[in-house]
Design a protein around this ligand. Structure first.
Ligand code: FE2
Length: 183
């Protein structure tokens, strides 16, 4: 027999199925906080590059910060769409000790690796909880993290290749400064 969608009890039964609840909702809020923290880390790295008079790299890090805010929004939208209530937690100030361009990209890579592991952990939890509805979103983030880590890792390798060659760094600065705003 077909379900009666006009019936209130049936309706609430179906909507309850897509609600994001309990442990998973809490873990999604933690992820929102982590994405916002990543934005702060990137903003600080942009400042470090400005201080070193490398405006292209500063712009690149600022664009990364913008992407992290979008990531946080993606999680928040998923949560509110599923009747959950995102709560932004405390964000520790970024502990960065940047003395060179290589330090900045190494810090960026370390942070991306931390975020990747957090996404994998969310995926494992979604599987344990049987939450099928969050898997497409988490797949998107898994792909995104692979791309992010690969990009940052490649830049870090190129920074290391320049060594102390100022002209090499300036060329890389110009190249990163030409990053399209929606990259
Ligand atoms: Fe992110």
């Amino acid at each position: 027999m077909c379900p009666n969608f006009g019936d209130k009890a049936e309706k609430s039964f179906y909507s309850k199925d897509m609600e994001l609840t309990g442990k998973l909702a809490e873990a999604f809020s933690t992820q929102v906080t982590l994405e916002l923290t990543a934005a702060t880390v990137y903003r600080q790295l942009a400042i470090e590059m400005d201080v070193m008079s490398l405006p292209g790299m500063a712009g690149w890090f600022r664009a990364q910060a913008g992407e992290e805010i979008e990531h946080a929004e993606k999680f928040m939208t998923h949560m509110t769409d599923r009747s959950a209530h995102p709560k932004i937690g405390e964000q520790p100030s970024p502990e960065l000790n940047i003395k060179s361009v290589a330090d900045a990209f190494a810090a960026s890579l370390a942070h991306e690796q931390k975020v990747s592991e957090a996404i994998r952990e969310l995926y494992r939890l979604a599987q344990t909880e049987g939450d099928i509805d969050s898997l497409p979103l988490l797949h998107w983030f898994i792909d995104e993290q692979i791309e992010e880590e690969a990009t940052v890792s490649e830049i870090l390798d190129r920074v290391k290749l320049t060594g102390n060659d100022g002209s090499g760094l300036l060329r890389l600065d110009a190249e990163l400064g030409s990053r399209p705003s929606d990259d």
